[in-house]
Design a protein around this ligand. Structure first.
Ligand code: LER
Ligand code: MN
Length: 282
């Protein structure tokens, strides 16, 4: 098992200035960094890769999040174009940073959660399948996997559960498309997080560790022993990335409804969470 940390804990828009933080991540004991890419051009990939190497870290994954004007499930054509081009940029970022995994809810805009008619939903499903097929061709050429993350009901009305993600992947029918599960979202949406992990099985390519209050893993109500045992059962040995947010990083605080501090700061949160996770998988 390898452990990573998502940059959203420290910066909404990750830029060249933020790479200085990698040294601290290494000192804390992380193996990798999950870089949240807001848009192409925010980071000089050469500088970031150099800083990762200097600190004996790797880029575990690129975290893709669609803002309001990027959305591949339609019907807005401009947003589809924006979403597809952003996904291609994320895949290219993966290549430049020596990683082979784009993760996150890259099927719809975060925060798009409405009551839709059955007909509208069916159309959106078809549109998402068509567009994911297209993006998967690019992913296949570049040998980059895409792991789709179900989100809770307040952040999307489209893919809330592992079963829905499996159905979408089945319809897209590409070997490049995989699943990414997050303990925070599973805790809200799944009947059983254990069952969701078992159902994902070999398709599980990425995992976010986040407490039920988005605080440090191990400090809240998530059933971590059951989660760990299910991950062991499916032979999961990829990255477990701590994903958490603080109110200081305004963009993501709004998107993920983070209104209060759960720890003194992001460093304490990451350190506490990592110590707990390492103990859990010892
Ligand atoms: C992204 O990984 C995630 O979990 C979302 O809830 C962020 O808004
Ligand atoms: Mn997540």
């Amino acid at each position: 098992m390898k452990f990573g940390i998502n940059t959203l804990l420290y910066a909404g828009t990750f830029t060249d200035q933020n790479v200085k933080i990698f040294k601290k991540f290494k000192e804390m004991g992380f193996d990798g960094v999950e870089i949240a890419l807001e848009k192409k051009g925010d980071i000089n990939y050469g500088i970031a890769l150099n800083e990762l190497k200097e600190n004996d870290l790797e880029c575990s994954s690129i975290c893709g999040l669609f803002g309001p004007n990027r959305d591949i499930r339609g019907p807005n054509k401009e947003y589809i174009v924006g979403g597809l081009s952003y996904m291609r940029d994320c895949i290219d970022a993966c290549i430049s940073l020596g990683c082979n995994l784009l993760i996150g809810p890259v099927y719809s805009a975060v925060g798009r959660a409405n009551l839709e008619s059955g007909e509208a939903k069916k159309e959106q499903w078809k549109t998402a399948v068509k567009n994911l097929k297209e993006v998967c061709k690019h992913a296949e050429d570049k040998r980059v996997f895409i792991a789709l993350e179900p989100l809770n009901r307040f952040e999307t009305d489209f893919i809330n559960t592992c079963t829905q993600a499996i159905n979408l992947i089945r319809d897209v029918d590409s070997n490049m498309l995989k699943i990414h599960l997050d303990t925070f979202h599973m805790n809200i949406e799944e009947k059983s997080s254990t069952q969701a992990i078992l159902d994902a099985g070999d398709l599980l390519y990425h995992f976010h560790a986040s407490e039920n209050d988005r605080g440090a893993p191990g400090t809240g109500q998530v059933h971590w022993n059951k989660v760990a045992s299910a991950l062991k059962d499916i032979g999961y040995n990829r990255y477990i990335v701590i994903e958490s947010f603080t109110p200081e990083v305004k963009v993501i605080a709004k998107a993920a409804s983070i209104w209060r501090q759960t720890e003194k700061d992001g460093y304490v949160l990451a350190e506490k969470g990592l110590e707990f996770l390492k103990g859990l998988f010892k």
